[in-house]
Structure formats: structure tokens, C-alpha cells
Design a protein around this ligand. Structure first.
Ligand SMILES: CC(C)(COP(=O)(O)OP(=O)(O)OC[C@H]1O[C@@H](n2cnc3c(N)ncnc32)[C@H](O)[C@@H]1OP(=O)(O)O)[C@@H](O)C(=O)NCCC(=O)NCCS
Length: 211
């Protein structure tokens, strides 16, 4: 048996079959892991970048990249999708101390792999982790002409309205139906990857129940 050195071992991930016969691997983005963020940004067209970051020509400054990579598995969760061993998309949720029951969602898929179901798979992964972490509501902000995102949000039951030139929406957290990922595998990997996975899941008193 060949034992690969640690540095060359592929991180644990969840395999996701895509509708066109391809395969993606999903895993949590580790705290401080900036490389895949830069790779995904590099694979996005100017239009995709503008849709993701809601400004004309977004730049990933060092401080911004560090903030995007500062995941903790609980308040800030990001999952990476890879195709053929290359970063292909990232979805995240962020919640704040002021409103820890609501998770703000954001995601991006490199242009080469858009329309293959990666967006839905990533969204399913982060909302599944959000649900087990006690999140009760989800929120998102998108450009009005961003049809793919509006499709994704509608699948989560999020209706949007104009706020200051962009569309904003929020809704009780509802998981995608049908599932796009193996949720048991996602939750198991999320637990294994959370820094102190011996801690119980977050149990703040959020109203309502996630479905
Ligand atoms: C939004 C985004 C993540 C979707 O990723 P994706 O992998 O292409 O999405 P999927 O293949 O899972 O498709 C999701 C839905 O959008 C639809 N869709 C995807 N691309 C589309 C397009 N160009 N036009 C219309 N609908 C589209 C799909 O048909 C699907 O809807 P359905 O399930 O009802 O058929 C991707 O387009 C992207 O990265 N855009 C730039 C960044 C961005 O807009 N981020 C969101 C704001 S934070």
C-alpha cells in the first residue's frame, strides 16, 4: 500500500454528482485558507465578480481576503467546491452577534463551471450546516438582474424587495427540496472540521424551527 505524505493527501470531502455526469468535491474552507478564494476569484468574469460583490470592479485586498477566509465553523462558515482538483466555487454564511439567528448567504462559482448545479449543491451544504448550528433565518442581497441568484433564492423561499438599488430578502431557513448533497455526510464533515468539535452545537434561543 502506498502511503501519501500528509501534505499530498487530499482533504476529506463530500462527493457530489452533477447533472451533466461530472463530479464535484465539497469541503469546509479552513480558517485562514486564502488560496482557493483567490483561485475562484481568478476564474470569475468581471460580470460574475460584480454580481458577487455588488460593486463595479471588486478587488480582493489582503485584509478583505483574510476576512473572507476567517471561518470558525459556527458564525462564519464557508464551503469550497472543487472540480478536477481545482477550486470551482465557494458558498458561505455569516452571522453576527447582534442577530445570531440569521445567516447572510453569499456564493460564487467560476464561470467555466456555472450552470452545472454547483451553486445549488454549495447552497445546500451551507444551509444544512446553518440549520444544525442553530440558524433560523437566511438573508441575501443581489443585483436585480442576477437571474441565477434569484432562482437560487426562490428555491429557498426567499422573496426579495428593492433596498437602496439592490434586492434584499430574508426568510425562515428552509432546506432545499430535493436535497442536492448527502446531508449526513456534510454534517459529519462539518463536525469533524470545526475547531473544537467536542463542543455541543450552538444552542442560542432562536424562535421557530428550521425545516
Ligand atoms: C449565482 C451562481 C453562484 C449560480 O451558480 P451555478 O452553479 O451556475 O448555479 P446552478 O447551476 O446550481 O443553477 C442554479 C439555478 O440558477 C439557474 N441558472 C444558472 N445560471 C443561469 C443563467 N445564466 N440564467 C438563468 N438561470 C440560470 C439554473 O437553471 C438553476 O435554476 P433551476 O434549478 O431552477 O433550474 C453563479 O451564477 C455565480 O457565481 N454568479 C456570480 C456570483 C453571484 O452572482 N453570486 C450571488 C450573489 S452573492
Amino acid at each position: 500500500m502506498t502511503v501519501l505524505p500528509l501534505a499530498r493527501r487530499r482533504p476529506a470531502s463530500v462527493r457530489v454528482p452533477l447533472a451533466d455526469g461530472g463530479t464535484a468535491l465539497l469541503r469546509p474552507l479552513q480558517d485562514g485558507e486564502t488560496g482557493p478564494l483567490l483561485d475562484v476569484f481568478a476564474g470569475m468574469s468581471p460580470a460574475s465578480r460584480a454580481n458577487r460583490y455588488l460593486v463595479g470592479a471588486p478587488r480582493l485586498t489582503g485584509a478583505f481576503v483574510r476576512a473572507l477566509a476567517a471561518t470558525d465553523g459556527l458564525m462564519h462558515v464557508a464551503w469550497l467546491a472543487s472540480v478536477d482538483d481545482r477550486p470551482a466555487g465557494i458558498a458561505r454564511y455569516v452571522r453576527t452577534d447582534e442577530d445570531p439567528c440569521t445567516a447572510e448567504l453569499a456564493l460564487e462559482v467560476v464561470d467555466e463551471h456555472q450552470r452545472r448545479g454547483l451553486g445549488l449543491a454549495l447552497l445546500d451544504a451551507v444551509t444544512t450546516v446553518a440549520a444544525v448550528n442553530g440558524v433560523r433565518r437566511v438573508a441575501a442581497t443581489v443585483h436585480a438582474q442576477n437571474m441565477p441568484s434569484l432562482r437560487l433564492l426562490s428555491r429557498l423561499g426567499i422573496k426579495t424587495s428593492f433596498q437602496g438599488g439592490v434586492l434584499e430578502g430574508n426568510a425562515p431557513l428552509r432546506l432545499l427540496d430535493p436535497p442536492r448533497v448527502d446531508r449526513h455526510a456534510i454534517v459529519a464533515l462539518a463536525r469533524r472540521s470545526t475547531p473544537d468539535s467536542s463542543e455541543p452545537v450552538w444552542t442560542a434561543p432562536c424562535a421557530g424551527t428550521a425545516h
